[in-house]
Ligand binder design. Sequence first.
Ligand code: B12
Length: 235
Amino acid sequence: MNEQLIMKRIAKKIKTLGLELGFNHIGISDLNLEHAKKPYQNWIDSNFQGDMSYLKRHSDLKFNPQKLVPKTIRIISARIDYFPNDENTKLALKNKDQAYISRYALGRDYHKVIRAKLKKLSIKIKDEITNYPIEFRVFTDSAPVLEVELAEKSGLGWRGKHTLLINKEHGSWFFLGEIFINLPLPVDKKLTNHCGTCSACIDICPTKAIVAPYKLRCKKMYLLPNNRTQRRYSN
Ligand code: B12
């Protein structure tokens, strides 16, 4: 069997193992992030990062994943949904006497959950392919990694106007995590953007932080005694 065919089979196996471990979608991309450099820099130049000065750092590592993890050839992106699509949640949102807790903050800390699952998946991949010196590192929201860009490249969804990754079936209520790996796996296809003229996320944003499609301006918010918010611009 030639290498291409072997890698195709391994990719299929990785996706099956990922779903078995509780991920909702697994995709694979190469490392080219050249297209994202300019919009990212424009965002920083506009000072839209607010107090998150860490976003200005390590751009060399962000745009060159091989500098972050040498020998990386592919990035496996994983999606895990956090929207509890059950009746209790919907009822709670309608009940004015109950407090709202952001859906993403319910449950165990997603950093721990996803990292543990990604490590399990990586070990399973290693066990599966014994004749290849596999090296990997896992990340979720913990390093200079352009997670949304990579997941978009790997076919997990498209970039919504609210800047998150979104897909037809599950919206954008999910977390992302990655495995940097030294296997020459076949890459997945990017999806087409289906936002069209829709501006629902921009219209509903309570802080009006989405100042233009794909542009989020971060700033501090203060809650006033009458529950109104007051913005403090950082620039
Ligand atoms: C910093 C950060 C935040 C900041 C800033 C958010 C932001 N959008 O940048 C704050 C604290 C506000 C935040 C909030 C949230 N976050 Co957050 N956050 C991050 C983090 C750590 C870095 C994101 C980043 O680099 N931002 C900087 C900007 C410049 O990068 P960018 O959005 O990729 O910029 C691109 C686009 O703007 C685009 N672009 C710019 N201009 C234009 C113009 C056009 C025409 C086009 C097409 C594109 C385009 O190009 C840029 C370059 O790639 C990532 C984890 C990671 N390492 O990636 C999680 C991450 C993005 N966050 C996540 C989540 C879940 C959230 C929240 C939903 C949590 C919550 N419930 O409150 C909210 C959503 C708010 C929102 N609408 O973004 C998830 C998103 C998953 C998904 N579905 O996409 C991530 C990936 C974490 C994870 N591992 O799951 N977050």
